[in-house]
Ligand binder design. Structure first.
Ligand code: C5P
Length: 209
C-alpha cells in the first residue's frame, strides 16, 4: 500500500506521515529532506541556490548528509525551496522517490508532489493543510522553544513566501490531487488529525478507488 501525503510548509504533514507509517507498519520517506540536502550541499559547494547548474551539481550529496541536523534549520528550508524550482533538480531526485514508493509492501511518502507526480497511483492520498496564520503560529512557537530569536511576523512572511514558491512553480507545483482527502487541521490537534487520516486510509483499503 502506498500512502501519499502532500501539503504546504509547516502543515504537520511530516508528523502525520510518521504516524501513518507507524500505524500501518510501513517505511516512511520525508522527501523534503532530499531537497534540503541539495540546498545545503549547494551552500557547502559555495554555489547559488537560484542557479540551476549549481543546484544540479549538489544533487550527488553524500547520504550521510541526510543525518545532518543543519538540514532542519529554517535557512536550509529556504534553500530547499529555491533549489526545488529547477526541473533538473526535481528530475535528479525523482527515481529515488519512485523506487521508495514502489518497494515491496509499500510505503508512506510526504512532500509536495507525491500524489501528483511521484506516486499518482498511490492507494491513498492526503492533502494536509492549515491556515497560513496557524502554520506560522506553530512554527514560531516551535522556534521560540529552541531559543531562536524571530518574530511571528517574520515567520508568517516566510510561510507566505514558501507557499508562493511551492504553488507558483511551473514544474510539479504544489496542488491537491483530485482524489486526495483534504485534511485541514487548523482547528485540530495532532491526535485528531491522525485519527481522521487513519480512518480515511482504512476506508480506501476496504473500498479501493
Ligand atoms: O517539507 P520541507 O519543508 O522539508 O521541504 C522543503 C522544501 O523542499 C519545500 O519548501 C519545497 O519547496 C521543497 N519540496 C518539494 N517537493 C517535495 C518536498 C519538498 O519541492 N516533494
Amino acid at each position: 500500500m502506498i500512502i501519499a501525503v502532500d501539503g504546504p510548509t509547516a502543515s504537520g504533514k511530516g508528523t502525520l506521515a510518521k504516524g501513518l507509517a507507524e500505524h500501518f507498519g510501513l517505511p516512511v520517506l520525508d522527501t523534503g529532506l532530499l531537497y534540503r540536502a541539495v540546498g545545503y550541499q549547494t551552500q557547502l559547494n559555495h554555489g547559488d541556490a537560484d542557479n540551476a547548474a549549481d543546484a544540479l551539481a549538489a544533487c550527488d550529496f553524500p547520504d550521510s548528509l541526510l543525518d545532518d541536523p543543519a538540514l532542519r534549520y529554517e535557512t536550509t528550508g529556504g534553500l530547499a525551496s529555491r533549489v526545488s524550482i529547477h526541473p533538473a533538480v526535481r528530475q535528479a531526485l525523482l527515481q529515488r522517490q519512485v523506487d521508495f514508493a514502489n518497494q515491496p509492501g509499500g510505503a508512506v511518502l510526504d512532500g509536495r508532489d507525491i500524489g501528483t507526480v511521484i506516486a499518482p497511483h498511490a492507494d491513498a492520498k492526503l492533502f494536509v493543510t492549515a491556515s497560513a496564520e496557524e502554520r506560522a503560529r506553530r512554527r514560531h512557537a516551535e522556534m521560540r522553544g529552541r531559543d531562536v530569536d524571530i518574530t511571528y511576523d517574520a515567520v508568517l512572511a516566510d510561510v507566505h513566501a514558501r507557499d508562493a514558491r511551492d504553488t507558483g512553480r511551473t514544474n510539479a507545483p504544489l496542488f491537491r490531487a483530485e482524489d486526495a482527502m483534504l485534511l485541514d487541521n487548523t482547528d485540530m490537534d495532532r491526535d485528531a488529525a491522525l485519527a481522521a487520516a487513519i480512518a480515511f486510509v482504512e476506508g480506501k483499503i476496504r473500498r479501493p478507488g
